[in-house]
Design a protein around this ligand. Sequence first.
Ligand code: SF4
Length: 707
Amino acid sequence: MTQSTSATEQSHYRICPLCEACCGLEVRTQGEKIISIRGAEQDVFSHGYICPKGVSLKDLHEDPDRLRTPLIKRDGQFVEASWEEAFAEIHKRLPPLIEAHGGDTVGCIVGNPVAHKIGLLAYFPRLVRAIGTRNIFSASSLDQIPKQLSSGLMFGDWNAVAVPDIERTDFMLILGANPMVSNGSLWTVPDYRGKARAMRERGGRIVVVDPRRTETAAQADMHLPIKPGGDAFFLLGLVHTFFAENWVRLGHLEPHLAGLNALREAVQPFNPERMAPGCGIDAATQRSIARQLAQATRAVVYGRIGTCTQRFGTINSWLVDVLNVLTGNLDREGGAMFTKAAAFAVNTSGTPGQGRGVITGRRHSRVSKAPEVFGEFPITCLAEEIETPGPGQIKALICIGSNPVLSTPQGPRIAKALSSLSFMLSLDIYLNETSRHADVILPGLSPLEDVHYDIAFPQFSYRNHARFSGAVFAKPPGQPEEWQTLLRLADIIQGKPEAPLAGPEQGPEALIDQALRAGPYGLTLDQVKAAPGGIDLGALQSRMPEMLRTPSGKIELAPPMVLADLAHVEAALDTAPEGMLLIGRRDVRSGNSWMHNLPVLAKGPERCTLLIHPQDAARLGLAQGALAQLSAQGTTLSAPVDISEDMMPGVVSLPHGWGHDLPGSQMQVAARRPGVNLNALLSDSARDPLSGNAVLSGVPVQVSAMA
Ligand code: SF4
């Protein structure tokens, strides 16, 4: 939506693509200049809210480091090239590799910015089909796949994630999430702060379970520090209590449940007394939290990244929804509810109430034998799949909006593996720590040059809505749309290098219109475009049983693969990790590693610091601002110490996505304060075996003062 407010100034509406909150922005421009970016008051979903990252879209659009021309590596140096030259280079080098070694020789990896670009998200599968590769990796196996797996097993659809109905709940138990900073994750909830405040003003209570007193915990009624990695013990203690105390109240869910008896039996060994040492929360407190959940008129349990990035990520994610079921609060106002998205949702298509469900392990990775989950292998398998010779070895890589050298455990190993590839293509907006290894880099568009409709996030939203963003600026002359680039690559791989770029009839707008018309509200794209600030489709409604897509048509409370993994929870009770435990953290001015190159976000205090409790700092002889040495996995790095009462004793925190001091990347602002790469300390063989998600939380690390 574009409105002229004077002869030369214009006001444009744009959904912010920088995080999952999807706030509506008003971008004011004068010619090619951005005058201001603010929250769009008329936005039906975010009502004018904006966080500091939103205004950084101006810096991103204007960043001199942002790539605007394809680059080809010649004799070890990148040189600028035309689009046709770049496509010709790809044609020369990629199809012969596929011909010689098969489709699996090409690995494909997508980063999370792809989820905010309809042209990439909707058209990437066509490129994969053209290549015929099974070697697909994404950022999902770094943070969210356990929740998608548990939701898929219970409700039959990978994206059927139940979200807190924050505007109507009375009690919220939050584990491993910091929505005060993130505005939700797998829960699209702009202005969490305002909604949490309103909740508490009407008498609601919020309890936060986290090893750190996060910004969310600081604003809550209660903060319970938990041992990193101990969430499964705590949640099992709660579920056990519900059965032991006869507090289970299933309400309207009762006819739609399968596996209740198997669940009751499976949790028998996990009484709160046994669970207390593993989670660091005593039995009385576990029972008290369970009682508060049981007694609240309307309650919800929400767990996110901290609960997913553990050995028992899938079990944690499952137990969160088990509690929502046992309290009778799943699919109920004020509980954990299911969005009804206007388009692109599996759980609004096909036969209501029944489906094929989800399965994993249709194939396994070549080296670690990790099962495929949601069509992907764990991203922590990437390096070994490149390094290990044999049929199916990855010799070429297509990397789209992803920076695994900084964002994935054992990033330095990945960097070395990338440098051994026969060919690498990056689609990226920066020459960064990963794309520096590419042979060809194709630049993406600035988000302000792109149309957009969110496919994923309306499926996790606190309220139903439909919104569309037009392009604010015309794209650079000669540059294809991103979806056209993907289709052109598919043509090249399929032996049609001279095929013209696809026309608009194959583009995202036609796709969106089709999906909206087929969706549950029967909308058209023209209707959505005509609504300034989008169309509000109302508060979440009870959707049981029509939203279910399990083969049984029931909520599966006891998925066999999850119950089988409980034996490992028992075994883990006796194997407490030694030493200090490392966790990550989220900063309101950071999300993706490239945000460290945006001046408006990079200014202010140092962010890549090691948070440590005063007792630990004193014991280790660490002073505020001094450098601490961290060692794990044979790697040692140093970070400035930030002593904080917010940390649980025995736990240290370092943010991830840093380490911008590698040669060959071109991110000048980020390089001035590079920080250190947390992922260098993390193991790439530590995973949740069910989902393949990397273990990023609660990793043992040696901490000492710098000599
Ligand atoms: S909360 Fe997220 S979507 Fe909203 S303005 Fe900030 S970065 Fe953009």
